[in-house]
Design a protein around this ligand. Sequence first.
Ligand code: CAA
Length: 265
Amino acid sequence: REDVMEYNNLKVEIKDSVALLTVSRPKVLNALNSEVLKELECAFYELENNSDVKVVVVTGDCEKAFVAGADIKEMANMNAIEAESFAKKGHALIRFVRNMSKPVIAAVNGYALGGGFELALACDIIYASKNAKFGFPEVTLGIMPGFGGTQNLVRVCGEKIANELIFTGKMIDAQKAKEIGAVVEVFEDKEMLINSVMETANKIASNGPIGVAYAKKAILTGVNLPLSEALDLEASLFGILFSTEDQKEGMKAFVEKRKAEFKGK
Ligand code: CAA
């Protein structure tokens, strides 16, 4: 286990190959200012490069919120150039998360608004507790989503639903977020949410990590390609996996009726 860096607004705990990354600015419902964005990017970079970590879970350190959006007090006095650069900082973060080889899971309790919903959408899977609320209130502030919301929501739930949510700025509850395909499963409360998500993360962590990483790559890259190119990509990645020790071990373990011991090689 490697040393984990200290952050002003984040907590990072690593247990059994799963990292729990908690955004912690509870006084402002974990709002994302430039410092938090930078720290998140550093933390994800560190976890991507920590070979002990196989899955990352992201959550918020506040009973009321996952993340209530980008920091409105920081944005209030920005000029156009500063705002564009702020959006690009958000984009650098969500791009990094999308391109990580390890699965990233959002565990959403309470508000996931604006930049908070965008951070969750950048993750590979979103789980929520019953009290979660999702939305893009940007238009109520005279702006629009700026950390990938206009692009990632439409890819998850289609144009018409994305239009309605983004144009109205209304909030939806966890059940509705599940109906539109953004949330995979809803849990009774925060404790059940975190316990179930950690269980799922450990299940993923016990699988062949290169297989999981290549599946993520095939899915994410493939959706933006014509089907025939996407299938070629899948075939190439499928082929490469047969040159790994994990493929030999996984199939040998099946034949020997035992649990595979994957090494990520
Ligand atoms: N930025 C800065 N501070 C925020 C914040 C945000 N996004 N969200 C909440 N806070 C602060 C509040 O100002 C308040 O601070 P004070 O105690 O100093 O007044 C504290 O957090 C607690 O919040 P509330 O008192 O408002 O709590 P509430 O329970 O009454 O309401 C809420 C909760 C409905 C989430 C409300 O806080 C709210 O509407 N927050 C803003 C949500 C929002 O508009 N998010 C989108 C931001 S824009 C964006 O994200 C752009 C982008 O795409 C990049």
